[in-house]
Structure formats: structure tokens, C-alpha cells
Design a protein around this ligand. Structure first.
Ligand SMILES: [Zn+2]
Length: 130
């Protein structure tokens, strides 16, 4: 059992459980249990959100890993999000249901980001002087 001394917040790990039980019973104002389950759950290491491409207006699914500082984007069919998820680093949590639903609802099956981008880029090219 892990035992915590309340006055100093110091934790004594793997303390003999019988002795710990006696101490907890006799001095509850001095000792407390400090089991591993009591430690707070670490914050999510990946974030998911939906945005629009500034170039094409295409709906984009974003994911950023706090551990690797990597930012990945996806712009494809909602059914293929799972495939995209498999290509990500090990820290990445699965895409939350609400985000996946939002993306699927907003994504309208437009052509891939690449071809849309080039169409826009070519349209902006100035005409050559004759
Ligand atoms: Zn990562």
C-alpha cells in the first residue's frame, strides 16, 4: 500500500499493508492512502477539430499530437477516417464521435484538396502578354 503523510504530502511507496492499516486507523489525521488510482488521469495528448481550408473552402479534419507537436490534416470521405487514424502516431486518441459527426456532416464530397488547390492557383495566374 502507498501511504501519504498529510502534513508534508510525502508518499511512502509499497509500505507494508498491515502496518499501514494500523497507522491509518490510529492516526487518520496524519496518514492517508495514496494508491495509484488516486493520481489524476493525464490530459489528452491529442486534439481533434474541424476547419475549412482557406484556399478551397473544403472541410478539413485536423489532429494535433501534443507529444510529437505534429499537426495532420484529412480531407476525404467520412468512412475513411478510421484509415487516416491508423496512419497517425501512437499517442493519438481516436477521433471523438462528435467531431467525426461534425466533419461527416460538413464534408460535401468535393474533389481532393490537391486538385481544388491547383484549379484555384491556375485561375489566379495572370494572362501572358501577346
Ligand atoms: Zn505523437
Amino acid at each position: 500500500m502507498d501511504l501519504k503523510i498529510l502534513r508534508t504530502n510525502r508518499v511512502i511507496y509499497q509500505f507494508d499493508s498491515q502496518t499501514a492499516a494500523v497507522l491509518l486507523e490510529a492516526f487518520p489525521e496524519i496518514f492517508a492512502r495514496a494508491d495509484k488510482q488516486a493520481t489524476p488521469v493525464p490530459a489528452a495528448r491529442s486534439r481533434w477539430w474541424v476547419s475549412k481550408s482557406v484556399y478551397t473552402g473544403t472541410t478539413v479534419l485536423n489532429v494535433k499530437c501534443d507529444a510529437c507537436q505534429r499537426h495532420e490534416c484529412y480531407s476525404g470521405r467520412g468512412e475513411d477516417i478510421l484509415k487516416f487514424q491508423k496512419s497517425l502516431c501512437i499517442h493519438t486518441d481516436p477521433c471523438p464521435e462528435a467531431i467525426r459527426e461534425q466533419y461527416t456532416a460538413e464534408f460535401s464530397g468535393t474533389p481532393s484538396l490537391g486538385s481544388e488547390f491547383w484549379k484555384t492557383a491556375l485561375a489566379k495566374e495572370p494572362e501572358r502578354p501577346q
